[in-house]
Ligand binder design. Sequence first.
Ligand SMILES: *Cc1c(COP(=O)(O)O)cnc(C)c1O
Length: 398
Amino acid sequence: MSELALRAEKLDAADELAAVRERFVLDEVVYLDGNSLGALPAAVPGRVDDVVRRQWGSLRIRSWDESGWWTAPERIGDRIAPLVGAAAGQIVVGDSTSVNVFKALVGAVRLARPAGESRDEIVVDATTFPTDGYIAESAARLTGCTLRPVTPGQVPGVLSDRTAAVLLNHVDYRTGRLHDLPSLTAAVHAVGAVSVWDLCHSAGALPVGLDEHGVDLAVGCTYKYLNGGPGSPAYLYVRRDLQDRFDSPLPGWNSHAEPFGMRPDYEPAPGALRGRVGTPDILSMLALEAALDVWDGVPVEAVRAKSLALTDFFLECVEEYVAAGLVESLTPVAHEERGSQVALRCADAGDVMKRLIERGVVGDFRHPDVLRFGFTPLYVSFAEVERAARVLGETVAG
Ligand SMILES: *Cc1c(COP(=O)(O)O)cnc(C)c1O
């Protein structure tokens, strides 16, 4: 056994999260794509079966009350809250991340200019996952703002009393770079603007500290590190003291103060549920609720510590197993700048990833030349990390 394989064994033996893997349905494949689609938690199939057969099949309409369907968006939001450092009552689950980016960003511009204020710029991360950029462009047109796409590092330099809202990613989806949420949020606040953070690649992988750092609005998806399943609903965080001024651009009957009053005039409900729109997608939402059970007794700090240990170990194994010059890491070495993935630039990356998958190591390929490996601390072992790097070394050697 190689020295690294022995080290992996020791690291796995000392891993306090090792047993959490049993809460998932996994096989011999090394699954390093949980940052795209989290693995299936073992409790989900049974729960979905109950929701479909009993709650829908037998109780039918009664389930809106008796099975807690109606209140699921807030209830499940409160389950996500501790994972992102939020007190209860500030998160609702529903709709896609894209739709929530729209609600949050237009809502942010409205918050930033109460009567009389003429702020007219939206700053957006130029390296963002495309959907956020497309929506920011549309939100800018709708609100009469100019869009300023800049890299997160350039954000402090472009903020001014014209800035209305700033949309940033906590972790870059391509490179795995972790951005400095506390200091960027403070910089946004210093000019009186409103911050919107996209947590898609951080929630469930590292502590976020929404309340602690005074974040205004945040969104995130639940099918990556939160393992909610394909297309599981996203969430929207609205800080408590902003909720009564949050003016959603998508006011639906679900966020009405009296939804069953069927009144022609809109009056927003108090609290976080003002972020709701229409009828929630109950099947996906309750699958997500079951998926969140895997977090019972799992502190986010332990997840972060293991995530860093996994990515450190992967980088070390790549260094050892991959011939010099064949791959180049785009992921920062410094822990305070690293999310829970490693991105490697590599010639013929698309083809290399195909061959890795054929050999039982699943990551993904991002155009044009990036191999992306996501490390979900709840179920990835150090032995798998060692194997992935070894197979990668053999694959890129040809
Ligand atoms: C995954 C991801 C999304 C996904 O948006 P959907 O509306 O769920 O398709 C959006 N933004 C970022 C930054 C992401 O990483």
